[in-house]
Structures are given as structure tokens and as C-alpha cells.
Design a protein around this ligand. Structure first.
Ligand SMILES: Cc1cc2nc3c(=O)[nH]c(=O)nc-3n(C[C@H](O)[C@H](O)[C@H](O)COP(=O)(O)OP(=O)(O)OC[C@H]3O[C@@H](n4cnc5c(N)ncnc54)[C@H](O)[C@@H]3O)c2cc1C
Length: 256
């Protein structure tokens, strides 16, 4: 509708990103639904690997920023190697924490892939076993020292905040996988909402392709080109700006 009246658009290739898991059979409003994966990938005894069996990011990082690494494109293979990816965790993790709606300590549901060995788990998820084993050994070697030289997991307060708060320091997010069986669940790049749309001025008036503003047309919230661009500014990073710009748009329209 905004395009019909000549609105300038912005941020159309972006969204509010978040890693998600689809649990087979879970539906909402008649559609296959997805679960946000935040705590599962942040808590200890777990890491994520791409389809090559390699880690590709700090698993405990900011979910919106993670959209960037999920959508990294390999121009040689013409594919997105990190999307979907796999969350790998051990039985200790499964015993201590809820995972994608499966309560801590419950038997793993059929859709969770599991094996007594990392090599066999790799076969089950079609990842090269030698590569997954090397990733596993390297992660464990450093995690048992409380370090992640590859992606700095645990160095930011954000990483440990979403981890296991009963653990001290970096251990809240970073601990080795030592207890079989090992599990894998498929994680995909998902979205909490759109954030592209009509561009506005500071009074939320929609900008025109011909210059100036479109009289009487305002935008705010997810429908506007996000004033923060690709960035999620922190907790409430979408609702905060949506309320602020909704308020400004209302005042602006009333003044007109
Ligand atoms: C699972 C989940 C968790 C989230 N967690 C957070 C969080 O912790 N913090 C945070 O800041 N953000 C979070 N978000 C994002 C946040 O909820 C949204 O960005 C925000 O609600 C968008 O607000 P809005 O008013 O722009 O849009 P909406 O809330 O989508 O409102 C748009 C409204 O317009 C109505 N509508 C649509 N079409 C029409 C029409 N033709 N006529 C009349 N009405 C219409 C819709 O029914 C809807 O009520 C989360 C989102 C999801 C999905």
C-alpha cells in the first residue's frame, strides 16, 4: 500500500533474526510452528556446528546478530553452510536442562538424534565424522580450561547471563561434553518479525521517492524501516523503538 503511493523503502533484506527449532508435529494457528532457541545453545555441555561439522560462531551470542552468520553465503558451493546447523549436547546437558520443550531429565523424544559416540552421531546427521570428532575434541580441550579461543564464548556478561546461573563465571556457558549419549537437534535461522518497510523522517512521516514526505502517511514499529537498521539494541530492542516511534507518530499525526 505504501509503495502504491510512492513510499521510499528501507531494510527490506533484513528481519529481527533468531535461531529456531521446529519440533515435529508442533502447530500454531494451523501452521508448523518454531521454538526460539536461546538458553539451549547458551548452557554448558553444548556447541553448534554447521553442515561441515565445524563451529561457526559464539553459540551464546545475541540472537539478532546471529542472523548475519546464519545467512553467510558460500559463493563456491552456492549454499548457506550454516543454515540449518546442529546443536550438539551431551547427556549431562539433557539431564540438567530443558531442551526445545523436552523437560530436563525426561527421556529424549524420537525426533532428537542420539548416539553413544560422536562419530556415529556425525553419521546420523550426515556430517563427516572425522571433522565432527576434531571439533568436539578441540571444544572440549579448551572448554575444560574455561576458554574458547575460536569464538570467545563466555567472555561477555551477555553469554553467561543466559547460561546456567548456578555455575561460577565462564562455567555458566562453557563446559566440555563428557557424558554419553550425545544428542543433535537441527537449528535454523528464523525471524521474530519483519523490520523493513517505509522509510520515515524523525517525526515518523513516510518519505517519498520523489523527495519530501507523503502527506498524512506515518509508519512505526515492525512496519517501518527499522531506525536501528540491522541492529538489535538490547533487551526490548524491538518493542522499545516500536512504542517510542508509535508515540511520536501519534503526536505527529495529531499536530497535523
Ligand atoms: C516469540 C517472540 C518473542 C519476542 N520477544 C521480544 C522481546 O523479548 N523483546 C522485544 O522487544 N521484542 C520481542 N519480540 C518482537 C516484538 O514482539 C515485535 O517486534 C513487536 O510486537 C512489534 O510491534 P508492532 O506494534 O510493530 O506490530 P504487531 O505487534 O505485529 O502489531 C500489528 C497489529 O496490526 C494488526 N493488523 C495487521 N493488519 C491489519 C489491518 N489490515 N488492519 C488492522 N489491523 C491490522 C495486527 O493484528 C497486530 O495487532 C518478540 C517477537 C516474537 C514473535
Amino acid at each position: 500500500m505504501a509503495m502504491n503511493v510512492g513510499a521510499k523503502l528501507g531494510n527490506m533484506r533484513n528481519a529481527w533474526w533468531v535461531p529456531v527449532v521446529k519440533v515435529p508435529g508442533e502447530m500454531q494457528y494451523g501452521h508448523e510452528s518454531s521454538r526460539l532457541i536461546l538458553l539451549e545453545r547458551t548452557r554448558p555441555h553444548s556447541f553448534m556446528v554447521n553442515r561441515e561439522g565445524k563451529r561457526f560462531t559464539n553459540e551464546a551470542g545475541n540472537y539478532n546478530a546471529m542472523g548475519g552468520v546464519f545467512h553467510a553465503f558460500d559463493p563456491q558451493k552456492f549454499e548457506y553452510p550454516n543454515n540449518p546447523c546442529w546443536l550438539i549436547f551431551d547427556h549431562k546437558h539433557k539431564t540438567l536442562y530443558d531442551v526445545a520443550g523436552c523437560p530436563a531429565g525426561d527421556n529424549a523424544p524420537d525426533w532428537m538424534i542420539q548416539s553413544e559416540t560422536i562419530g556415529e552421531l556425525a553419521n546420523l546427521i550426515s556430517v563427516e565424522p572425522e571433522i565432527l570428532k576434531a571439533t568436539f575434541e578441540r571444544f572440549n580441550k579448551f572448554a575444560s580450561k574455561g576458554e574458547d579461543p575460536d569464538f570467545k564464548r563466555g567472555e561477555s556478561a551477555y553469554d553467561t547471563f543466559n547460561g546456567d546461573q548456578s555455575q561460577e563465571g565462564v562455567k555458566a556457558t562453557l563446559q566440555a561434553l563428557t557424558t554419553p549419549p550425545y544428542y543433535a537437534i537441527k537449528v535454523e535461522g528464523g525471524a521474530l518479525g519483519t523490520n523493513g518497510g517505509p522509510k520515515t523522517d524523525a517525526n515518523c512521516r513516510v518519505l517519498s521517492l520523489n523527495g519530501g514526505v507523503i502527506n498524512g502517511l506515518y509508519a512505526a514499529g515492525n512496519a517501518m524501516a527499522a531506525p536501528t537498521g540491522m541492529v538489535y539494541g538490547g533487551a526490548g530492542g524491538t518493542i522499545g523503538p516500536a512504542m517510542t516511534f508509535g508515540y511520536i507518530a501519534g503526536i505527529s499525526a495529531a499536530n497535523r
